[in-house]
Design a protein around this ligand. Structure first.
Ligand code: SAM
Length: 353
């Protein structure tokens, strides 16, 4: 089997950043088509579909092979046509999973970020399965795939314009429908950062364990601390602002009510994981880390950082920031604009040298 086109899902507004990094990292892929949240690329030569496709990209939430679009007002007819199309393009391929999503997803915290889009996607997914061949009848709709599973992708670029594609699930983001992990914020809600850290941990698969000590710089009001406490970690939060009472009351939580540069070195002693989620420019985040990791003497096993893209041009600076993070003594730096990020990206630094 071979493919000619690749699609990538991104946060609406991040298309340019995505195109620039694909041009840099995958010069064999040429930009083809773009709408907010959805971009396709044409391969310079036929891609032999032997191993999993892997995009080296911060801004691609997930990706796959694109096989083209269908349009029309009658959803049942579209679903039927979709299978004819799929049968012609990827003949004889059984798909245990169907992932359907709308290309432009409201950002966390914005109006409309309430699952209504997910409802429409699930309805169309059920329609696709219902109109498919017998082998498709048991396909799961918008469920998390396992590594190795084949997934049929259907992107609702417009309500009546469906773009079809497929991929083999591998890394965590390729197992989630549209690259969005199936997470819900607990009630009562402390902060959106609960979802950010939950996604960062699932995506990066860093080996956190119950009982680990971690420190978060920029911890208030405490959504991410709550997610870490729920996983059994001992958490110290550094922030001059107030923590949520539910977090403060937790037996395994300590609040150091201060700016990071003013805290004693001992706060970082035996810290296995260092997190930073301060609402500051990346330069300030790195300067703060300098203080903690070089003068402060902390040697955490891994870092989980929020890098705020205070200026869109900062996207171009991410490779340089990754180099700087590696120089703290780590082999692996991965970055991703999480589905639960807004104008920010997540960096996970691991494998100490
Ligand atoms: C996006 S909020 C953090 C959200 C938090 N991680 C959560 O889970 O709710 C950013 C926080 O960074 C804090 N902050 C900014 N500069 C800081 C610094 N130098 N040291 C510690 N905290 C800082 C702010 O007070 C603010 O509470």
């Amino acid at each position: 089997m071979s493919a000619r086109f690749v699609f990538a899902v991104t946060q609406a507004g991040a298309e340019r950043a995505l195109k620039n990094e694909i041009a840099r990292e995958h010069p064999d892929l040429r930009f083809a088509f773009s709408r907010p949240g959805f971009v396709t690329f044409r391969a310079a030569k036929e891609i032999v579909v032997g191993r999993e496709l892997e995009l080296r990209s911060v801004f691609a939430r997930t990706w796959g092979y694109s096989i083209g679009k269908l349009g029309g007002d009658d959803a049942i007819a579209l679903a039927r046509d979709a299978w004819r199309f799929i049968g012609a393009e990827v003949p004889g391929t059984p798909f245990p999973h169907v992932h359907v999503w709308q290309r432009e997803r409201p950002l966390p915290g914005d109006e409309g970020f309430d699952g209504a889009a997910d409802e429409l996607a699930r309805t169309i997914g059920a329609l696709l399965v219902g109109q498919g061949p017998e082998a498709a009848a048991s396909a799961a709709v918008n469920a998390e795939a396992a590594a190795g599973d084949l997934v049929l992708d259907c992107v609702l670029v417009e309500p009546h314009e469906w773009w079809l594609g497929w991929h083999r699930a591998a890394s965590p983001e390729t197992r989630w429908p549209g690259g969005v992990p199936p997470l819900a914020i607990p009630v009562p809600r402390v902060s959106r950062a609960y979802l950010k850290i939950a996604e960062a941990l699932q995506w990066s698969e860093i080996p956190i364990s119950a009982g680990d000590r971690c420190v978060e710089i920029g911890s208030a009001p405490g959504g991410s601390c709550l997610a870490l406490l729920e996983r059994g970690l001992n958490v110290t939060g550094i922030d001059p602002a107030e923590m949520d009472p539910a977090v403060l009351a937790h037996a395994n939580f300590t609040h150091v009510r201060s700016r990071a540069k003013d805290v004693k070195r001992s706060v970082f002693r035996d810290c296995r994981w260092l997190l930073m989620d301060a609402n500051v420019a990346p330069g300030y985040t790195l300067d703060t880390l300098d203080g903690v990791l070089t003068q402060g003497g902390a040697r955490p096993e891994g870092l989980v950082l929020t890098l705020k893209l205070t200026d869109p041009a900062l996207a171009e600076k991410l490779p340089g920031i990754a180099d700087r993070l590696r120089r703290y003594g780590y082999r692996r730096v991965r970055m991703r604009q999480l589905a639960f990020n807004r104008q920010e990206v997540c960096a996970v630094v691991s494998e100490r040298t």
